[in-house]
Design a protein around this ligand. Structure first.
Ligand code: PGA
Length: 239
C-alpha cells in the first residue's frame, strides 16, 4: 500500500494524475466512482482537466459503488443525481456507459447483473473509495463478509446520521442501499482511497494499521496488491 499525505487540494491534483496516466495508456479504461464529500475536489480537477482538453473519458466506462434504495435517479439526494451534477454532465463519458446501481430495482437478478456487467466490461481498472466513519467502503457496513458481491444493505444508524446533513431530516434518509460488495471492490486492479479531515483519523488508523477484519471493512485494502491511500494531514494525524 502506498500512503500519500498532503493538503487536500494537492491530493486532488495527485489523484487526478492517476486518471490522466491510466486514460492515456488505456483510453477504454473501466473506472469505479464514489460519492460523498470526499471525491468532490478530485471530481472538480477531473472536470477542469477535461475542459482544458487534457483528459477525455470518451472511450471509458464507469461503475459507481452504491445507491440508496428507493431513490429514483432524478431524486436530488440519489447518487446518480450526485454524479450527474458533479462529474458526468461536465465530462465526455458516454452516459450509456456510466453505470450506477439501481435504487429502484434491487431484485437478485439486477444486483447479480451489476457484477456481470463489470466483468463483461473487462473488470474495474481503478476503483475510487472514500471511508465511512465506521470504516465502510461503498456501503459495506461493519460485519459485511469479504466475499460479498453487489447486494442490498441495511444502513447503520451512524451512517444515516452522517448522511442526514444532505436531507431535510433523518427520517428522510433511506434505510437501505445497493452497494458493490467487498469482493467486487477488491477485484479492481487498482484502488484509490481518499480520506480528509480529523473525523477520519481514528478510522484511518484502524483501517491501515489495525487487524484486517470485517468489523473494519476498509481494513481489507491492506490485502490489495495495488492500493494508494491519499490522506490530508488531519486524517493522517494518528498514523
Ligand atoms: P464522505 O463519505 O466522503 O461524505 O465523508 C465517505 C463514505 O461514507 O464513504
Amino acid at each position: 500500500m502506498k500512503l500519500i499525505v498532503d493538503k487536500a487540494a494537492r491530493l486532488a491534483e495527485l489523484a487526478a494524475g492517476q486518471y490522466t496516466a491510466l486514460l492515456s495508456n488505456k483510453p477504454a479504461a473501466v473506472l469505479g466512482f464514489a460519492t460523498g464529500s470526499t471525491p468532490l475536489g478530485l471530481y472538480a480537477v477531473l472536470c477542469r482537466l477535461h475542459r482544458e482538453g487534457k483528459l477525455s473519458f470518451r472511450e471509458a466506462t464507469s461503475f459507481n459503488l452504491d445507491e440508496y434504495v428507493g431513490l429514483a435517479p432524478t431524486h436530488e439526494q440519489s447518487y446518480k443525481y450526485f454524479m450527474m451534477q458533479n462529474l458526468f454532465s461536465q465530462i465526455d463519458l458516454p452516459l450509456e456507459r456510466a453505470h450506477v446501481p439501481s435504487g429502484m430495482d434491487v431484485s437478485a437478478e439486477t444486483l447479480a447483473g451489476y457484477d456481470r456487467a463489470i466483468a463483461a466490461a473487462g473488470g474495474i481498472d481503478l476503483q475510487l473509495l472514500g471511508i465511512g466513519n465506521n470504516g465502510h467502503i461503498g456501503f459495506n457496513e461493519p460485519g459485511t463478509p469479504f466475499e460479498s458481491l453487489t447486494h442490498v444493505v441495511r444502513l447503520t444508524e451512524s451512517t444515516r446520521q452522517a448522511n442526514a446533513r444532505f436531507f431535510d431530516s433523518i427520517d428522510q434518509v433511506p434505510t437501505q442501499a445497493a452497494t458493490m460488495g467487498i469482493r467486487t471492490v477488491m477485484n479492481a486492479r487498482s484502488l484509490l482511497l481518499i480520506a480528509l479531515g480529523r473525523a477520519k483519523a481514528e478510522i484511518i488508523r484502524a483501517a491501515l494499521t489495525g487487524p484486517v477484519t470485517p468489523e473494519v471493512p476498509a481494513s481489507v485494502i491492506q490485502l490489495h496488491p495495488d492500493c494508494t491511500v491519499y490522506c490530508d494531514e488531519e486524517a493522517a494525524a494518528l498514523l
